[in-house]
Write a protein that binds this ligand. Structure first.
Ligand SMILES: Cc1cc2nc3c(=O)[nH]c(=O)nc-3n(C[C@H](O)[C@H](O)[C@H](O)COP(=O)(O)OP(=O)(O)OC[C@H]3O[C@@H](n4cnc5c(N)ncnc54)[C@H](O)[C@@H]3O)c2cc1C
Length: 367
């Protein structure tokens, strides 16, 4: 019996391989990196002992009970609530924009209803049907808050004028008239005690699964019953129709003793600051953070992804969507291959969505 191949040892490839293996199907999981877990890879830093998220900070949050119980099969999830701060004009504010942010920013002590009326008076109600990110921001929070918290951050993150980005991006950002500073709204949130690589390792730990690292799919010389491909969609087709555009990230390492910034994530929306945020990784593990004498943090810079860079965020503007549709047509005609995951479908997918989609794909494949 020919094996099935899962290209990529991230959550997509691992969950798919496990579902197959549990039904007795042999699977080869191949990844060109030297480690499993894809972009969610975590490892203990040799010098400090701190669990570092190598490709940027990852916080697990979901409303999907099926996915929550799936990850809990493979790890102990520790309590963690993501609370993000922002440094704007030399002052520190609470995010997402909540009553504390509004009162801090405007130097007031308003009640929820007073703040709501205040923000409504600031909001650009003349913009009836916001089309762009910029219009959506101005419509929702008015000029001052939009400029301080969204405009510069977005320019740095996407390298695009906010007036050229779709309004849909900002629809997802909450504005709260209470002091709730939990960044996420989902009922389940946590951090895996031993990091994400340990979860993926356990998912892949099955006698029917072979994992081959530092090996590109293109270099394999084996015939497969089927391929689940979580690599870049355009790469599969040798970029025949052109390259789908991504943003990539550069991480500048900071090492210090004690506590560098006192919190896990500090955003820097000011346009004059070249990076978007600093993440200090011991704070992602509050249950052990005090035990480390040293600390490690990363300044995060966003830029256009060039050939050879790690693709992070799909850009998905109009031109990209046209190209995506052309590749999707090619993908639909390709026999024996299913394109999955964030790169295979050219979509930003949180981990819970990635796992949920992989389970769905397997449900329909196996039925
Ligand atoms: C900066 C950043 C922060 C994030 N933070 C969060 C967060 O806080 N919470 C959250 O839920 N989600 C977060 N995410 C999303 C999360 O990273 C994704 O959900 C997850 O990585 C998707 O898993 P995947 O398996 O689809 O892809 P990946 O993790 O990218 O895995 C794909 C793997 O395929 C391999 N590969 C590709 N092509 C080939 C090939 N041809 N041959 C062999 N191997 C190949 C790659 O090396 C890679 O290891 C974040 C994403 C980014 C970019």
């Amino acid at each position: 019996m020919k094996r099935i191949c899962a290209v990529g040892a991230g959550f997509s490839g691992a969950v798919i391989a496990r579902e197959l293996a549990e039904r007795g199907v042999p699977v080869l999981v191949v990844d060109e990196r030297s480690h499993i877990a894809g972009n969610c890879h975590t490892e203990r830093d040799a010098d400090t002992g701190i669990m570092v998220h190598r490709y940027g900070p990852h916080i697990f949050h979901t409303a999907d009970e099926r996915v929550w119980s799936y990850v809990n099969r493979f790890t102990e999830m520790m309590p963690y609530t993501n609370r993000v701060k922002a440094t704007v004009g030399g002052k520190v504010y609470s995010l997402p924009i909540n009553l504390h942010t509004i009162n801090q920013f405007f130097g007031k002590s308003m009640s929820p209803s007073e703040a709501q009326a205040f923000i409504e008076a600031q909001a650009r109600t003349d913009i009836q049907d916001p089309q762009s990110f910029e219009e959506q921001g101005l419509r929702f929070v008015g000029d001052a808050l939009y400029k301080a918290f969204f405009d510069g951050y977005t320019r740095k993150q996407w390298g695009v004028e906010p007036s050229k980005l779709p309004a849909s991006i900002l629809k997802r950002l909450p504005l709260r008239f209470n002091y709730d500073d939990n960044y996420f709204n989902h009922p389940y949130q946590g951090m895996p005690r031993d990091g994400y690589t340990a979860i993926v390792g356990k998912i892949l730990d099955h006698e029917k699964i072979e994992v081959r690292l530092s090996c590109a799919f293109e270099d394999l010389d084996e015939e497969f019953e089927h391929v689940f491909y979580s690599g870049p969609l355009d790469r599969y087709f040798k970029y025949d129709l052109g390259r789908l555009r991504y943003r990539t990230l550069d991480f500048e390492e900071i090492r210090a003793s004690g506590d560098f910034q006192g919190t896990a994530v500090m955003n820097y929306p000011d346009p004059g600051v070249p990076f978007t945020r600093i993440s200090e990784h011991k704070h992602f593990a509050p249950w052990e953070a005090q035990s480390f004498e040293k600390t490690i943090a990363f300044r995060e810079y966003s830029r256009a992804c060039e050939p050879g860079d790690t693709p992070y965020y799909p850009i998905r503007l109009l031109d990209d969507k046209v190209l995506l549709e052309a590749y999707e047509d090619r993908a639909a005609q390709e026999k024996g291959v299913t394109f999955v995951g964030r790169l295979g479908t050219y979509q930003y997918l949180d981990m819970d969505v990635t796992i949920g989609r992989a389970l769905d794909v397997m449900e329909s494949f196996l039925s």
